[in-house]
Write a protein that binds this ligand. Structure first.
Ligand code: UD1
Ligand code: UDP
Length: 371
C-alpha cells in the first residue's frame, strides 16, 4: 500500500481537497492519513464538518493576525514532527497558500515526494497575488507530480521546463466539490427549507450582490476603495448586498468601518460551503478577489467582477463571464452599475460556462497516483 499524507490548512484547500480525500479513503491501494495545519481554524473546521473529514494530525498553528513567517515556521516544524510519527511515501498539497509551500519544503527536506494539485497557475507577477504567486512557483520546484487544472496551467509548467512526464491535466477539484455540494442541496428538501429560512431576509424584489474579499495585496487602500464602491452600490434601492466577511482582522476593520449600518448591506460571518453556494445561486452578480469563487461562479452562470489587477485564472475572462476591475472604486462601481442597468451587457456575461473541469478531477488524480 502506498502511504499518502494529505496536507491542507485553509478553507479553500479543504474544499478542494475534500473530493480527493474521499476518493483516496475509499481506495484499497492507499493508506491515507490527513494532516491539517490549522492555518485557518474556524473557517477550516466549517469545511471539515460539512464534508465529514477527520484529521489524523492537527498542527493547530493559527495565531491572531499571524505573519507569513509565523505560519511558515510553525508548519515547517510541525510537519517534521508528523514525519517523525508517520513517514508517508508522498504528501499531497493543493494550491498556493503558505501551508502548501511550507509543507512541500518540509517534505523535500525529508526526501518525501510531493504531489501538487492545482499546479501551474501563474500571473507572472511575484507580488500579485502576494505571497501566493511565489508560493506556487516554489511548490512547483519541490513537487514530483503536478496536477494541472487546465491546458493553460499545464503550458505554464512546460514553459518553466518542468518534466512533461510529471504533468497531468485533471480539471480542478473545485468542480468536483461544487457538483457534490449542489447535489446535496438539490436532493434534500429539509436542508433547502433550512437554507431558505436562514436567508429569509433576502428580498425577492431586489437584485442580490454577493461580495467576498481577503487578498493581502489589497490591504490598506485597496480595501478602502472596495468598501467605498460597495457603499456606492448600497445607495441604490433596487439591490441587496450580502458580504460574508473573511476573518482576517485587516479585512474586517475597513469593512466594518465603512459598511456597517448601511441599509441594504448584510455583513455576516463566513458561511459554511452549502450556505455560500445557496447564496451564490440566488445572487445576480458577484464581487470578489477570491480564487475559488472565480472558478465556481462561471459554472452557475453568475457574472463576476474580480477586484484584483491580475488573475491566474484567465480561462473565465476569455469566456467573458469574469472581468478584472482592480481594487479601484470607480472601476468596480462602474462595472457593477453597468451589469445592473445594461441588460445586454449582463446577458453577455451571465451564461453558464465551466472551463475548470467535469467533476472528475479527483478520480483522475487517484488513477495517476495508482499507476
Ligand atoms: C490565506 C492564504 C490565502 C488564501 C486564503 C483563503 C496565505 C499566506 N494566505 O489567507 O492564500 O487565499 O487563506 O481564505 O497562505 N483568521 C481567523 N480564523 C480563521 C481564519 C483566519 O481568525 O478561521 C484570522 C486570524 O487572525 C489569522 C488571519 O485571519 O491570523 C489571517 O489568516 P492567514 O491564513 O494568515 O491569511 P488569509 O488572509 O486567511
Ligand atoms: N466560501 C465559503 N464561505 C464563504 C466564502 C467562500 O464556503 O463565506 C468558499 C467558496 O465557495 C470557495 C472558497 O470558499 O470555494 C474560496 O475561499 P477563499 O475566497 O477564502 O480563498 P481563495 O479561493 O481566494 O484562496
Amino acid at each position: 500500500m502506498k502511504k499518502i499524507l494529505v496536507v491542507f490548512g485553509t478553507r479553500p484547500e479543504a474544499i478542494k481537497m475534500a473530493p480527493v480525500v474521499k476518493a483516496l479513503q475509499k481506495n484499497k491501494l492507499f493508506e491515507t492519513k490527513l494532516c491539517i495545519t490549522g492555518q485557518h481554524r474556524q473557517m477550516l473546521d466549517q469545511v471539515m464538518d460539512i464534508f465529514a473529514m477527520k484529521a489524523d494530525f492537527d498542527l493547530n498553528v493559527m495565531g491572531h493576525n499571524q505573519t507569513l513567517v509565523d505560519v511558515t515556521c510553525k508548519v515547517l516544524k510541525g510537519m517534521e514532527d508528523v514525519f517523525g510519527q508517520w513517514r508517508p511515501d508522498m504528501i499531497l498539497v493543493q494550491g498556493d497558500t503558505t501551508t502548501v509551500f511550507a509543507a512541500a519544503l518540509a517534505a523535500f527536506y525529508h526526501k518525501i515526494d510531493v504531489g501538487h494539485i492545482e499546479a501551474g497557475l501563474r500571473t507572472g507577477n511575484r507580488y500579485s497575488p502576494w505571497p501566493e504567486e511565489m508560493n506556487r512557483l516554489l511548490a512547483t520546484r519541490m513537487s514530483t507530480l503536478h496536477f494541472a487544472p487546465t491546458e493553460t496551467s499545464k503550458n505554464n509548467l512546460l514553459d518553466e521546463k518542468v518534466d512533461p512526464k510529471t504533468v497531468f491535466v485533471t480539471g480542478n477539484t473545485v468542480i468536483d466539490a461544487l457538483f457534490k455540494a449542489l447535489a446535496i442541496i438539490d436532493s434534500d428538501i429539509s436542508l433547502n427549507n433550512e437554507l431558505a429560512a436562514k436567508f429569509n431576509f433576502i428580498d425577492h424584489k431586489k437584485r442580490l450582490i454577493l461580495v467576498t474579499g481577503h487578498r493581502r495585496e489589497n490591504f490598506g487602500d485597496g480595501f478602502l476603495q472596495i468598501c467605498r464602491a460597495i457603499a456606492q452600490l448600497a445607495d441604490r434601492d433596487d439591490v441587496q448586498i450580502i458580504y460574508p466577511m473573511h476573518m482576517n482582522p485587516h479585512v474586517r476593520q475597513p469593512v466594518n468601518e465603512i459598511l456597517s449600518g448601511k441599509k441594504n448591506v448584510f455583513l455576516i460571518e463566513p458561511l459554511d460551503y452549502l450556505s455560500f453556494l445557496y447564496v451564490m445561486r440566488r445572487s445576480y452578480l458577484i464581487l470578489t478577489d477570491s480564487g475559488g469563487v472565480q472558478e465556481e461562479a462561471p459554472s452557475l452562470g453568475k457574472p463576476v467582477i474580480v477586484m484584483r489587477d491580475t488573475t491566474e485564472r484567465p480561462e473565465a475572462i476569455a469566456a467573458g463571464t469574469v472581468v478584472l476591475a482592480g481594487a479601484e472604486q470607480e472601476k468596480i462601481a462602474g462595472y457593477a452599475f453597468k451589469l445592473l442597468d445594461d441588460q445586454v451587457f449582463y446577458d453577455k456575461m451571465a451564461h453558464a460556462h465551466n472551463p475548470y473541469g467535469d467533476g472528475k478531477a479527483a478520480e483522475r488524480i487517484i488513477e495517476i497516483l495508482s499507476s
